[in-house]
Design a protein around this ligand. Structure first.
Ligand SMILES: [Zn+2]
Length: 301
């Protein structure tokens, strides 16, 4: 019976997809961009919103696309990216257009953003002038991303401009409230140093007046050597780092070892780089509220 039902479901989906294909397909590169896009494009007629990479991927720094993902990309009418090199799996802009339809449009959210941090601002040795791409991991930056996305969608699709702009306003309200709460927490925890897994929390640290003292994995996905571990512990002791922050998308073992060596707590914050495919509309706010609570418990007075 179960097999029969899933067969029926497949048939039903097979009938449904050509209907969707007649409308416009907006595709988000990664999970946090998808969370934003599906809200900003809500209620726009004949438009479907998809997510290119699997929702749980997390930061796609060393990702390479599957053949199916390449086919999905080739079908998209609009691709929305975070930008700043986060989508390095797409290659350079020129290559990106080769992967897509001739009349497809790429919207780079970061292209209308200011107040960007350079990779080097958190002690990480990045390329000269390279910007830190993790803008999505800060509610204040996410609020600006909603505006950038809505403006660019409105320019490409003027007929529905008022819907995009109204949606962006609606999305921004809880984000700005969250940003205010992070700033308020910052007034009591500001000045503390943190050690992070990779440079994903630099914008959130700026929002709360925290300093990134050390980066456990300066090279994405690469564990530090024994020598680098000793150096990290020395730096954390010298700077009186308050806490080590790990992320659910990476193993916490190294962070926990470092925290134990330095005699400081280790906490986990979720940068919302990845998440469940059935994430509710307020998923970002839920996770960022929990992060706020964890930070306050670890560092608050
Ligand atoms: Zn990252």
């Amino acid at each position: 019976m179960k097999i029969f039902l899933s067969l029926l479901l497949c048939l039903a989906l097979g009938i449904v997809s050509p209907v969707l294909a007649s409308g416009r397909e907006l595709v988000a590169s990664v999970f946090p961009v998808w969370l934003l896009l599906r809200q900003v494009a809500r209620d726009v007629p004949d438009t479907s919103v998809g997510l290119l990479l699997p929702a749980g991927t997390g930061c796609p720094h060393d990702y390479s696309m599957t053949p199916q993902e390449r086919r999905d990309l080739a079908r998209a009418d609009v691709l929305v990216i975070n930008g700043l090199g986060l989508e390095s799996f797409l290659g350079e802009t020129a290559k990106m257009s080769q992967l897509m339809k001739d009349d497809a449009v790429v919207i780079d959210i970061s292209s209308r953003m200011d107040n960007l941090l350079s990779e080097g601002d958190d002690g990480h040795e990045g390329h000269e002038n390279a910007r830190n791409p993790h803008i999505f991991a800060s509610p204040s930056m996410m609020a600006r991303m909603a505006e950038s996305l809505a403006e660019q969608l409105a320019e490409k699709d003027p007929e529905h401009a008022s819907i995009y702009r109204a949606n962006a306003k609606r999305v921004q309200t809880p984000l700005l409230k969250l940003a205010g709460d992070y700033a308020a927490l910052g007034s009591s925890i500001s000045g503390h140093g943190i050690a992070v897994q990779h440079n994903v929390f630099s914008y959130l640290a700026r929002d709360t007046g925290l300093t990134v003292d050390a980066v456990v994995q300066p090279h994405e996905g690469q564990e530090p050597s024994a020598r680098e571990m000793l150096d990290l512990v020395r730096v954390m002791r010298d700077k009186k780092t308050a806490v080590v922050i790990t992320e659910p998308q990476y193993p916490a073992r190294t962070g926990k070892t470092l925290a134990a060596e330095a005699g400081i707590p280790c906490i986990s914050l979720d940068p919302v780089a990845g998440g469940p495919v059935d994430a509710p509309a307020d998923y970002y706010e839920q996770v960022m509220r929990e992060n706020l609570r964890v930070l306050e418990k670890a560092l608050g007075k």
